[in-house]
Design a protein around this ligand. Structure first.
Ligand SMILES: *Cc1c(COP(=O)(O)O)cnc(C)c1O
Ligand code: SF4
Length: 373
């Protein structure tokens, strides 16, 4: 399948292991020529990289690239990281913001959708731009962002909003990936949040344990310890991503008292079968990471080729529930502008016309059309 038969550069492949996270971060793969040192790029991937220029960002850490199968274009790691022509196909029903982050944005960074908790969109940058990102418009899309202003803007209004709303007890730092920021910048954000008395817990959403585990240094974990209770959610999608390095990163967090949870996305051709999902979940328990959510793949522009059917997700859930450790089974969720809604068979029933009536925690209802499934 490869259009290019050069031998892969073995020196390049091993060097990252001894580098600091900053070195690894700055040396991310960003060109076709660099990528060819790691995998035999197919014509589809090469053309997708060329046609993505000016449209979608891509970059791949050496750690994540080291997990890619050099010859299999359907490798689950490769599918998540290397641009593909299917991203550029028209998907008439897809949306840029199906979960209503923009509609619920209160300041440049604060998205306030649930009564007692908010999201703080710290950045639009990521170490790897996941092809399936639900915030693709904010991260991977060069023309888009969820920021009201720019990423560089002051945080004062964001902190002031949270301080002025005593009902906010839970703040989730996300992005993009907040851990692209250096520790001192994160320290300042955490310090300001902790100074707000009604903020009970701080959560961080980051894919660094999977994409660049060296980022989770002991110094970083010690810093988090100062701001407890701090919880962390990460994003493993496939058992291949559970490596010695990612296990060690999660172990460091856990030893510093930071509980680590996992949010996966159900992705066609990556983890949409019981066998893969079971080994992912069991692999997570072995590294003491607790499965939290399994998201139904959102109907996002450029992501449609990863969507599965509701039936597929429900069948996987049915094959897990009761058959294995209770807390290895995540909650299967569809995210909507009304919030996260259970997609389990017990709750969601697809009508004959393909639509589903869903109701959120607050009794609000919405009809999800067949394009969602
Ligand atoms: C997912 C999300 C949260 C957190 O939801 P939990 O179910 O508590 O994990 C908060 N705010 C927004 C806008 C979200 O999308
Ligand atoms: S790391 Fe998270 S926010 Fe960044 S591209 Fe991947 S899924 Fe999206």
């Amino acid at each position: 399948m490869a259009d290019f038969a050069a031998p892969l550069d073995a020196r390049c492949v091993a060097a990252w292991k001894t580098e600091t996270w900053r070195q690894q971060y700055s040396k991310r793969i960003k060109t076709l020529a660099e990528l060819r040192n790691w995998i035999n790029v197919t014509p589809n991937e090469a053309e997708a990289i060329q046609r993505s220029e000016g449209k979608y960002r891509w970059s791949i850490t050496h750690h994540y690239a080291s997990l890619m199968d050099a010859d299999d274009e359907n490798c689950p790691v490769r599918l998540q990281a290397v641009p593909n022509l299917r991203e550029l196909e028209a998907a008439p029903d897809a949306e840029t913001d199906p979960n209503g982050d923009i509609a619920n944005r209160k300041t440049n960074r604060v998205v306030h959708k649930y009564p007692d908790r908010v999201v703080l969109l710290v950045t639009e940058v990521c170490p790897v731009y996941c092809r399936h990102c639900t915030r693709k418009y904010h991260t991977t899309d060069i023309g888009g962002t969820y920021f009201g202003e720019t990423e560089a803007g002051s945080y004062e209004q964001d902190f002031a909003y949270i301080a002025a709303h005593p009902e906010i007890r839970d703040v989730l730092l996300t992005g993009g990936d907040p851990l692209v920021y250096p520790d001192d910048k994160l320290y300042e954000i955490l310090r300001r949040l902790r100074a707000i008395r009604h903020v009970e817990i701080i959560r961080i959403g980051t894919r660094f344990p999977v994409l660049l585990p060296a980022r989770i240094t002991t110094e970083f974990c010690r810093m988090l310890e100062e701001f407890h209770p701090v919880w962390l959610s990460t994003h493993f999608n496939h058992p291949k991503e559970i490596t010695e390095e990612s296990a060690a990163a999660c172990d460091r967090l856990l030893r510093h008292g930071v509980p680590v949870q996992n949010q996966s996305v159900l992705l066609k051709g990556i983890n949409d079968n019981v066998h893969t999902m079971r080994s992912l979940l069991h692999g997570l328990l072995k590294i003491r990471v607790r499965p939290y959510y399994l998201y139904h793949c959102d109907n996002v522009v450029g992501v449609s080729h990863f969507k599965t059917s509701l039936q597929t997700g429900q069948d996987i859930m049915d094959a897990l529930t009761g058959f294995t450790t209770g807390f290895s089974v995540p909650q299967y969720i569809v995210d909507t502008d009304l919030g996260k809604i259970s997609a389990s068979r017990q709750v969601l029933h697809r009508a004959g016309d393909g639509t589903v009536r869903v109701e959120n925690y607050n009794g609000q209802q919405r009809n999800l059309g067949s394009a969602v499934w």
